[in-house]
Structures are given as C-alpha cells and as structure tokens.
Design a protein around this ligand. Structure first.
Ligand SMILES: [Zn+2]
Length: 402
C-alpha cells in the first residue's frame, strides 16, 4: 500500500516535472550522477550546435516538415501533405510511436477522430514557412524557447484538463501519415506512470487500436510501473492480449535501469520473449533532477545480466549517444532505435555499430514520421541493403516477422 502511494506521487511528480514545475530536493550530485557528467551534457549540446552543418552532409536545415519536400524522396501533394514518392524506398516498420495522452484528471480522448492536421509536440508546420528544422543536430535542439514553453503547457494539460494538440494524436491521423510516408507498421508504446488514478494508457490504447481495427498496422505495446510487485503477472496478461513490446522510461518513471527492483520485470520479459524499449539517455530538455536515471552506465547491468531480453535503446541514447555506441558494440541483445540523432551521428552509428542493430523509430507525435525517415534515406543513399535493414529488416527480426 505504502509503495503504491509512493509510486503514485513519484509518477505525478515526474509528469509535472516534464514541465519543470517541480524541483525535487536532495543533493545534485552523487555516485549516480557526478558533476563531470552534468558538465558533459552541457558540452555535448554546445559541441553539436557548433558543428551543425560541418559534417559529411553539409547544412541540413529545412522549412518545417513540409520543407522536406526539397529532398529527392518527397513531394507535397495537392493537399499540401508531405508524401514519399520514391517507389524504391522499402515500406518501413516504426518501432517507437505513441498516441494522444490523457492522464490523471484529463478527460478521455477520442482516438478515432480525424483532423485536418496533426499538432506535433514540435509543431514545425504550424506556421508558413515552418520552423527551421535542422537534421544535423539531435532533433529536440529544434525546439525554440517558445516551443519548449508550449511543450510544457501541453504536458500539464495532458494531466489536468486535456490537451487540444493531443486530440489530434489519433489513430486515423497516424495511419494517414503512415500511408503518406509508406510506413507499414508502427509499434505503439504507452507509459505506466504509477498514478493513483487516470493511468490506463496501455488499456486505453489497446482498446482503441482494437476497435479501430488498426491491427496489424499498429502493433500494441504496454508498460508497467517499475517496482510493481504485480508487474510479472501483468506482463503475462498483456502478452496474452497481444502486446509485442513494452516501454520503460527511466527519467519519467524515475528508476535506475540496473536497480535490482527491476529484475522480476526483466526476467519475465526474457521468459515471454518480450522486447523492452528503454527511453535511452538524457534528452536534455527534461528537468535536471531526472538526468541521473538515464546515464548509459546505469543501463549496462540490465543488458549484461539479462541476455535473453532484447533491449532497444530509444533515441540511440539521445545526448548520451557516444556512451551508447560501446554498449551496442559489446552486447548482442542491445539494439539502437535511431530516432532523434542527426545525420552526421546516424552515419557514424551505421559505420561503428553496424546497420544490423539499428531500428527506425519516430517518436510520433513528437515529430513527423518523415523527420527520422529522411535522415535514414540520406545516410543510406546508394546502400540498398543497409536502408532495408534499418527501415524494416531489423524490426522484422526483432518482432519475429521474418
Ligand atoms: Zn517515446
């Protein structure tokens, strides 16, 4: 009972924390998070910003998502929608997507509604011309100060009165964009927050996908609360209901991936052959108190000790990508989801980690499906097999489709 309550508060704090409204006390630095590690993040951001445009692909700045039509693979159709027109690009499998979120007090969303356009978390097409979209930096570097404020308010609305933007993060809207970009399947990943109520994304999304008859294009996913003693039982029930993957989010769910409290979850996933997508690394826009959970060195124990579990490091470790590379080289059961990384870094990942361990993911509706796809197309130009592996083949192996 006590633990439940604690997790509930932690979950609530982490939700509110997205907006930076809560600052948790305690010492800023410890063995889990050193001053050097905090400084390394600041340095990474500065270095990346300074180097943008100086890599092998030169400057890669577009006028919003629509601006990607300047690339050879895309066009704007008569409705002004961005569409993939190169017939040779393989139909993709997106391993990392979400639907509209409503938690706690926020009323239910109609996930079957259609709307004229999607209001992305980075809503780069809201203006004409769109916001400058740099594909040579970690993607969240494209949030302006104003866009970050909007993101914070949106996150808060998702737990209070409901978010207007989230109401556009629906199944028909996602499917329409998948059609536009030739994305055949998308793995939908909820998060279990550990809230005292209004915490049913897994169940709500499963139901919505089922009633929209959106399977098998939308693969159902789940999540459990770290440390929940009932998690193994819940995982078995979810797999029986058809989920294909779970998501665990160290910064939002506030846990260390190598905490022994997680072992029953990993063990069960190994037994069930259920892959785990971790939110990987520090994104750099979350509250600093949560950074300590997401250092790459805290993931290693889980990956090492549970070799039967297929782990996907979401965002390829985000801003900690340089520490994710050696892990992916070392462990056969670690894949990297490439969402977010800029083209120069993505090119490095292909060379240093190998194309057989990289997975296309989009983090929709944070961003348009084409934002990551365009980068994959760029770095795989002239490399048919590499392109197929990243966009589709590896996901087929991971999910056992092939
Ligand atoms: Zn995500």
């Amino acid at each position: 009972m006590k633990r439940r309550h604690f997790l509930g508060l932690a979950g609530l704090a982490s939700l509110a924390g997205i907006g930076g409204y809560f600052v948790f006390g305690g010492d800023r630095f410890s063995a889990r998070y050193t001053e050097e590690e905090a400084e390394a993040l600041v340095a990474q951001k500065a270095r990346e910003a300074a180097q943008s445009g100086s890599g092998p692909y030169g400057a890669q700045i577009y006028d919003g998502y629509r601006g990607l039509a300047a690339l050879p693979w895309y066009e704007l159709n008569t409705q002004g929608r961005l569409v993939l027109v190169d017939e040779s690009v393989p139909a993709a499998i997106d391993v990392h997507a979400h639907l509209g979120m409503n938690m706690l007090f926020a009323p239910d969303l109609d996930l079957s509604a259609e709307s004229e356009r999607v209001e992305y978390m980075l809503d780069c097409d809201a203006t004409d011309p769109g916001c400058p979209l740099d594909l040579d930096v970690y993607i969240n570097a494209n949030f302006s100060e104003a866009a970050l404020r909007r993101l914070q308010l949106m996150s808060l609305a998702q737990i209070l009165h409901g978010s207007g933007a989230a109401a556009t993060h629906t199944i028909p809207n996602l499917l329409a964009e998948m059609d536009d970009c030739r994305v055949e399947k998308a793995q939908i990943l909820p998060i279990a927050w550990g809230l005292p109520f209004g915490d049913a994304l897994t169940e709500n999304w499963m139901k919505a996908i089922h009633s929209a008859e959106a399977e098998p294009r939308l693969l159902r996913g789940g999540s459990v609360v770290p440390g929940d003693p009932d998690a193994p039982e819940k995982l078995r029930a979810l797999v029986a209901q058809g989920i294909r993957m779970i998501k665990l989010h160290p910064t939002m769910q506030r846990f260390y991936p190598d905490d022994p409290v997680m072992s029953p979850i990993y063990e069960t996933c190994g037994e069930l052959n259920l892959p785990i997508l971790f939110h990987g690394g520090r994104a750099g826009i979350e509250p600093e108190f949560s950074h300590k959970y997401a250092l790459m060195r805290h993931y290693e124990g889980a990956i090492r000790d549970f070799p039967k579990v297929q782990f996907v490091m979401g965002h390829a470790g985000a801003r900690d990508v340089d520490q994710a590379i050696p892990l992916a080289q070392k462990y056969a059961n670690l894949w990297l989801g490439v969402h977010g990384q800029g083209v120069t870094k993505l090119d490095q990942l292909v060379r240093e980690v190998g194309s057989d361990k990289l997975l296309y993911g989009t983090d929709w509706p944070f961003y348009h499906l084409a934002a990551t796809q365009a980068k994959v197309l760029m770095v795989t130009e002239g490399k048919t097999e590499v392109r197929y592996a990243i966009l589709r083949g590896n996901a087929e192996r991971l999910f056992g489709f092939a």
